[in-house]
Design a protein around this ligand. Structure first.
Ligand code: DHB
Ligand code: FE
Length: 301
């Protein structure tokens, strides 16, 4: 194997490419770009990547650019971001509460804001479109670390329909905007309840870049059926999480690595339709920043 990364020529090339000697630009970005380039060059050398292979890779990335939001979870990077945030929390002595897990690429801001917590019987319906499948009900409480009810929370909830498609991203064009998406305003007791139509597990679009990549890796692009949540409330840290149905065949084989211990409820079918009771526990906010959302760019409508 060649061994040129540590050579003067390559180290100087890296400095110049990342603008290290230049007065202008962003110092942190320079360090990141330099490390990124060095990692890439190291991989080229270690695997003896040919010029043809390199440019085929660039071409693949260009064609797959629209699916980077799917490829990042599929390659475990979005889950790694969770592991990194968990590790930073542990270092800072922050622990407890419902585990975070990936947001995924399919949230849409601006879902209808409905009241859902005025009484425990005020049951919200998420599904506006017909969908010939079972009804799902889900209910529980949002509490803080000492079991106190979280007051005035907003629970954002979104999930796929029975074909595994999300509104706003449905290739059949059949769903109305914000089908299976709501923001539910809770009351002083922290209770929530909603019903909707049981989602099916999601799969990456057939013939897309993510599907192609999974095939090359000998993997699949399927997720178990799941329901996404953001929970925000004054004085508490915004939680990004989801439940994955514990009885789904992909519950422990999620291509996006979003399933986590503590987030795998098995629906109770003793009453016929699936019903999930699930309580959320939030951490207290330590700063105003904790109460907000990350500034990840998101779709809105
Ligand atoms: C992907 C899709 C999802 O519904 C999700 O929750 C996470 C990831 C994806 O397409 O990668
Ligand atoms: Fe999803």
């Amino acid at each position: 194997m060649t061994d040129i990364i540590r050579s003067d020529a390559v180290q100087k090339l890296l400095d110049r490419a990342a603008g290290v000697g230049e007065a202008g630009g962003d110092a942190r970005l320079k360090r990141i770009v330099r490390d990124l380039l060095e990692a890439l060059m190291t991989i080229i050398e270690r695997h003896d990547i040919s010029e043809s292979e390199f440019w085929r890779g660039v071409d693949f990335l260009g064609r797959g650019a629209g699916e980077f939001g799917l490829i990042a979870p599929g390659l475990g990077i979005e889950h790694f971001l969770d592991l990194h945030m968990d590790a930073k929390d542990a270092e800072a002595g922050r622990s407890g509460g419902t585990p975070r897990t990936i947001e995924g690429p399919l949230y849409v801001a601006g879902a209808p804001l409905v009241d859902g917590g005025l009484t425990t019987t005020n049951d919200v319906n998420l599904t506006t479109d017909p969908d010939d499948t079972e009804e799902l009900t889900m209910a529980g409480r949002v509490t803080g670390p000492d079991g106190e009810p979280v007051k005035n929370a907003i629970l954002h909830v979104w999930h796929a329909n029975s074909k595994g498609f999300y509104s706003h991203f449905d290739p059949t064009g059949e769903q109305s905007p914000f089908n299976n998406r709501r923001r539910i305003r809770l009351g002083a007791d922290g209770r929530y309840a909603f019903h909707s139509k049981m989602p099916r597990g999601y799969s990456v679009p057939p013939e897309g870049a993510a599907e192609q990549l999974m095939q090359w890796l000998g993997r699949h692009g399927d997720r178990p059926a799941h329901v996404h949540f953001f929970i925000e409330a004054p004085g508490y840290r915004t939680l990004t999480t989801q439940i994955n149905f514990g009885d789904d065949p992909h519950a422990h084989d999620d291509f996006a690595f979003g399933t986590r211990e503590g987030l795998l409820p098995v629906p109770d079918r003793s009453g016929g339709n699936p019903a999930v009771l699930f309580d959320f526990v939030l951490q207290r906010a330590e700063s105003a920043n904790d109460e907000g959302f990350s500034s990840r760019p998101r779709a809105s409508a």
